[in-house]
Ligand binder design. Structure first.
Ligand code: RIB
Length: 293
């Protein structure tokens, strides 16, 4: 199980607030924490903590060196994390009193991935390996097309939902993971069953995974369907819940588990992640997740 993750690396500025700041409002935050984040980094940490041999490929600026060190400490291979001139990606995250978040992104070095970089990284892998990506870096289409040409399996967490998703060759993916917002954006419909039916019909060779927050998670491949409920937990911070889910889902899927098994493991891991503050810091370890099943 070797995974190379072309992933964003962000410095997260996390502000605890009573409510999200409103248009025209000036408000003081209750606290500020500066943490490691980025959907890509969080997903690499989740994969590594789930026991998958993981390489992270991405770019940072000089002030983001601690992000690479965090990946190192988590056991992620970082020889493809490159330092470039210019700023590191960052996120301004408000977390309200119910644990929900609101995120403003600045791409920084995540927007400086180039086709040559993608080629140089993928040259180090082969058809039996898996590529993971999200929608927070440049070169998303290039990564999907190159991975497909090389016969590699590809998983994409299509987050965040924005116009960059339009026109991507998503039919080339082995796994497409979305939440309700991303699923509705891609499918053009809102009911969970309709999202799954639409995307499974449009991408018949792809396993489509839909996370539904308190409603659990569901998956579809062709006419096959699976669904698991959410696990009961006290929500502290939902940041990186989807990233944790992605890493743990892939772990079980890559070792040949059924859709139900992969969804159950992922749901248990993300329930632990939301019960604690932070993004990468909140991702649980594999044994801890197994103990809750
Ligand atoms: O999914 C959570 C992540 O989204 C945060 O860590 C933030 O950096 C944004 O990328």
């Amino acid at each position: 199980m070797r995974v190379v993750n072309f992933g964003s690396l962000n410095i997260d500025y996390v502000y605890r607030v009573d409510h999200f700041v409103q248009p025209g409002e000036t408000m003081s935050a209750q606290s500020l924490q500066i943490q490691c984040g980025g959907k890509g980094l969080n997903q690499s940490v989740a994969l590594a903590r789930a026991g998958v041999e993981t390489w992270h490929a991405g770019r940072i600026g000089p002030e983001g060196r601690f992000l690479k060190e965090t990946l190192d400490r988590a056991g992620v291979h970082t020889r493809f994390v490159e330092e470039t001139a210019g700023s590191t990606g960052h996120a301004i995250i408000q977390v309200d009193s119910t644990g929900q978040n609101s995120i403003l992104l600045h791409d920084g070095a995540n927007g400086r991935l180039t086709p040559d970089f993608v080629t140089a990284v993928l040259d180090q892998f082969s058809a039996g390996d898996t590529v993971l990506l999200q929608n927070e870096t440049s070169c998303v289409e290039e990564i999907i097309r190159q991975a497909a040409r090389r016969g590699m399996r590809t998983a994409m967490n299509a987050a965040p939902a924005n116009e960059k998703l339009e026109g991507l060759p998503l039919e080339a993916l082995s796994w497409l993971l979305v939440n309700e917002v991303e699923g509705a954006f891609l499918a053009g419909t809102e009911a969970p069953e309709a999202i799954l039916d639409t995307l499974a019909a449009r991408y018949p060779e792809t396993t489509v995974v839909l996370t539904l927050g308190e409603q659990g998670a569901a998956a579809a491949r062709g006419t096959q369907r699976a669904r698991v409920p959410a696990r009961e937990t006290a929500v502290v911070d939902t940041t990186a819940a989807g990233d944790t889910f992605t890493g743990y889902f892939l772990r079980r899927a890559l070792e040949g588990g059924t859709l139900e098994e992969a969804l159950s493991l992922a749901a248990a891991a993300s329930a632990l992640a939301v019960s604690r503050p932070g993004a990468a810091d909140a991702v649980p370890g594999y044994e801890e997740v197994l103990r809750t099943l």
